[in-house]
Design a protein around this ligand. Structure first.
Ligand SMILES: [Zn+2]
Length: 100
């Protein structure tokens, strides 16, 4: 999800493919070499993308698959992102109006 107005990107990541530090992010016990290589490739690609976005002053929010299990969790995350993004904008407009 790209919010170009706020220069923000919200990424929903699958725990398995993106090696999240939760039980669902653990690699399989079979074909260890194959999965090790595949999952490492994904991690490198993620890091590259994140770095590129941050370099261009984009804000990157990551939502993990496992946190989407409950609606409550999603709401907390959405609130956090909205507060973060909107908070920045509110501060800017307040400064402008106070000066007049
Ligand atoms: Zn997870």
């Amino acid at each position: 999800m790209v919010l170009s107005k706020y220069k923000a990107v919200i990424q929903i990541r699958g725990c398995f493919w993106h090696s999240h530090s939760c039980p669902r992010g653990k690699p399989p016990k079979s074909n260890v070499n194959y999965w090790g290589t595949e999952l490492a490739k994904t991690r490198v690609r993620d890091a590259k993308n994140d770095n590129l976005l941050r370099k261009n002053e984009w804000r990157v929010f990551v939502i993990w698959e496992c946190t989407l299990k409950s609606e409550k969790d999603l709401n907390i995350i959405a609130d956090k992102i909205a507060t973060d993004l909107l908070g920045k904008i509110v501060v800017t407009s307040e400064c402008e109006s106070e000066g007049s």
